[in-house]
Design a protein around this ligand. Structure first.
Ligand code: ASP
Length: 458
């Protein structure tokens, strides 16, 4: 049995949904289908999920959001028309969507937003199931609550509960094709909660682990995962096979092909993930596996992400002070901040944080507390940082990779703010100023993937 998930661009129009259904029908093992909400049809277009979020926010602020509601409904009606689904079939589906968007008093805004957001996937799954039926397939929509996809009660950031895997296992026994909406589950007492953005990948992975699928096929709009962001570098090399660990590191720092949280269930159950292209299904795609047979490259990929800042703290004899790190991190915990990395020296430590989480006001408070409570010599915050990551299982066994990387960065005149080798030894991270980040990525790509010719930025 294969679990197959389709992303937003694969469902953006009737034409795309026809492609999706051809892919499903080509292989009798594709029995568990997870869908996103319709995504962008072209660059300037708006995803249905974003339309729904706009609806919810405006509704909460102003008590009505008729234009946003109409835009969502119109997207679905257009798709239905293009698929020649009759009004009789569509009306009950659209009535359920409108019921979610109907006016009411909102007691719990975060739950309201989640419920509205999830309506994109939910409506899409019903529509795809109906379209498959119109083609003569035995297909049914399955609701995540009915199937037992139980999650924690954290609006917009649901975490799957272990019991969900037991419930979902029985999806194996269903005959025909199951069409399952991605992106959300329910608490055991029936509150709808969404995963973080892009979370339909997570649903697919949970289902694949629960039914012990032979493979989790994740259909998107690119031929494969590339060694570097193709929006940055012209014609980058493709990755045929990559390990879960490598993919985890890459998707953490800017590889948007596959949600980083989605790797966990597949990884734990040992299910290979196959990234494929709905618009070019004969392309080989990228396999994410536990172990790679070959290591053709020392570095498997380069990723980068902006929007970081560094909290730098120094204190003479910090290394001898028992509990210093804990006290420092406790201050951050009490301020509700999670940290990304903590490179350190004998008398200093940097804590790398996502910039968006550290408001000016929080920064002031934290700096003051660190000064007063930890009696440090120096504390400062540096903003506008970016992280560049080189990732590869091959790095563990090779000597001199960091020298090659730093030399390449020096040649490109990139000043390094910080270096951190992940303790797993499959990644090495460089902190640079945001203005230097694209040049840094290009220099590393040239060094590790295209030495014969200087690559150019897009
Ligand atoms: N539609 C949701 C989003 O845009 C979830 C997904 O597509 O995976 O975040």
């Amino acid at each position: 049995m294969k679990v197959v998930k389709f992303g937003g661009t694969s469902l953006a129009s009737a034409e795309q949904i026809r492609k999706v259904c051809n892919i499903i029908r080509e292989d009798a093992e594709r029995r568990l289908v997870v869908v996103s909400a319709p995504g962008k049809r072209h660059k300037q277009d708006t995803k249905v999920t974003d339309l729904l979020i706009r609806y919810a926010e405006r509704y909460l602020a102003e008590g009505a959001a008729e234009a946003e509601k109409a835009a969502v409904c119109q997207r679905f009606w257009e798709i239905a028309e293009g698929l020649e689904l009759s009004r009789k079939i569509m009306e009950p589906i659209m009535a359920q969507l409108e019921a979610v968007l109907a006016e009411r008093k909102v007691d719990h805004p975060a739950r309201f937003i989640d419920k509205v957001k999830a309506a994109g996937e939910d409506t899409c799954a019903k529509l795809v199931a109906q379209y498959l039926r119109s083609l003569g397939e035995q297909a049914e929509y399955v609701n995540p609550y009915e199937a037992g996809l139980y999650v924690s009660d954290e609006a917009g950031n649901a975490q799957v509960l272990p019991v969900a895997y037991e419930h979902l296992r029985s999806l194996r026994e269903r005959s025909g094709i199951v069409v399952f909406p991605g992106f959300f589950g329910y608490t055991p007492d029936g509150v709808l909660v969404t995963f973080s953005r892009g979370g339909s990948d997570i649903t697919g992975s949970i289902l694949a682990a629960a039914v012990k699928a032979e493979v989790y096929e994740n259909f998107t709009d690119v031929d494969s995962v590339y060694v570097v962001n193709p929006n940055l570098v012209e014609h980058p090399k493709e990755i045929r096979e990559i390990t879960y660990r490598e993919m985890r590191e890459l998707s953490y720092s800017g590889f948007s092909v596959f949600h980083d949280e989605a790797l966990i269930p597949a990884y734990q159950a040992g299910i290979p993930v196959h990234i494929r292209n709905t618009n070019n299904p004969s392309a080989p795609g990228t396999m994410i596996v536990a172990e790679r047979k070959s290591h053709p490259q020392i570095v498997s990929g380069i990723a980068s992400d902006r929007g970081f800042c560094s909290l730098f703290v120094s204190k003479f004899l910090m290394n001898r002070e028992i509990g210093f790190g804990r006290k420092l991190l406790q201050i951050l915990e009490e301020e509700g901040l999670s940290y990304e990395h903590t490179p350190s020296g004998i008398d200093n430590i940097s804590v790398i944080l996502r910039e968006a989480a550290l408001t000016e006001e929080k920064e002031k408070r934290i700096v003051q507390r660190i000064r007063e409570e930890l009696a440090v010599d120096h504390v400062s915050v540096e903003r506008n940082l970016a992280l560049v990551m080189i990732v590869g299982e091959g790095m563990r066994k090779s000597v001199g990779t960091s020298a090659r990387a730093t030399q390449a960065l020096a040649k490109a005149n990139v000043n390094l703010e910080m270096i951190n080798q992940g303790s797993s030894e499959v990644s090495m991270m460089f902190g640079v100023k945001e203005v230097d980040v694209d040049r840094a990525v290009l220099a590393l790509y040239h060094e590790f993937f295209q030495p014969e010719q200087v690559p150019s930025l897009r």
